[in-house]
Design a protein around this ligand. Structure first.
Ligand code: SAH
Length: 227
């Protein structure tokens, strides 16, 4: 598991808008907006989000907003990263988590600070290349990534204890539910381009799925194929 206390100084260095104080202020805001899980708050307090976005946007890195990362995609809003992570680890910390939609790599890095092993899949090769460079620079080693259509999951390493989708489709792809172990949990935005709900699915030991609605959200679409 990544030890954020051992991050290279260069990764944590920041001044003004990218400083520790800016991260602390973001965490205060997240607490005000209902995030309670200390494990999640601690990772967000330590992980340099500015490292996951273009330099031109560094001054906005610790605002509680989604930001563009190129290719028409966005790094998710910190609140939603926190909420989804909380929803995923609430009952127990899963051993192996599969993320669909690496994007900037921020959500994957947050997970890597909490769970033993993270698998992440991205369909846009250039975004994945940049995310991998960031993982390397931050010394994150408990994470495997792959360029593929995430709707297919990661068959060779299934089943997973938890699955998180960070792009929205009309429904959760069957292959992903198939790759969730009995007792596992899946968190995903579900819906069309204008209206989506964050849902949590729990797979019972007998394979039945229980669905919970966690509230309205807004994500980029889950697309097919690779880019
Ligand atoms: N978790 C990301 C959020 C990125 S936005 C972060 O923390 O920055 C969602 C990402 O999902 C985009 O990068 C998009 O390219 C990717 N995506 C959309 N459909 C996909 C699919 N079928 N397979 C893999 N990635 C997909």
């Amino acid at each position: 598991m990544v030890n954020l206390h051992a991050l290279p100084a260069s990764a944590l260095r920041g001044e003004g808008m990218t400083s520790q104080r800016a991260r602390d202020r973001l965490v205060t805001k997240l607490v005000e907006e209902g995030i309670r899980d200390e494990r999640v708050l601690e990772v967000i307090r330590q992980l340099p989000r500015h490292h996951f976005i273009d330099q031109a946007l560094h001054s906005r890195a610790y605002e509680n907003t989604a930001l563009p990362i190129g290719h028409g995609q966005t790094i998710s809003q910190p609140w939603i990263v926190a909420r989804m992570t909380e929803a995923l680890i609430e009952r127990e910390v899963p051993g192996r988590v599969l993320e669909i939609g690496t994007g900037s790599g921020y959500q994957a890095a947050v997970l890597a600070g909490i769970v033993p092993t993270v698998y992440t899949v991205e369909r846009i090769e250039e975004l994945l290349r940049q995310a991998r460079r960031r993982f390397r620079q931050l010394g994150i080693e408990n994470l495997r990534s792959r360029h593929d259509d995430g709707k297919l999951g990661w068959e060779s390493d299934a089943p997973f204890d938890a699955i998180i989708l960070t792009a929205a489709g009309d429904r959760v792809p069957t292959k992903l539910l198939d790759q969730l172990r009995p007792g596992g949990v899946l968190v995903a935005p579900v819906g069309g381009p204008s209206q989506q709900l964050l849902v949590r699915l729990r797979k019972g030991d007998d394979g039945t799925v229980v669905r919970e609605e966690l509230g309205p959200v807004s994500f980029v679409p889950l697309l097919g194929g690779i880019g």
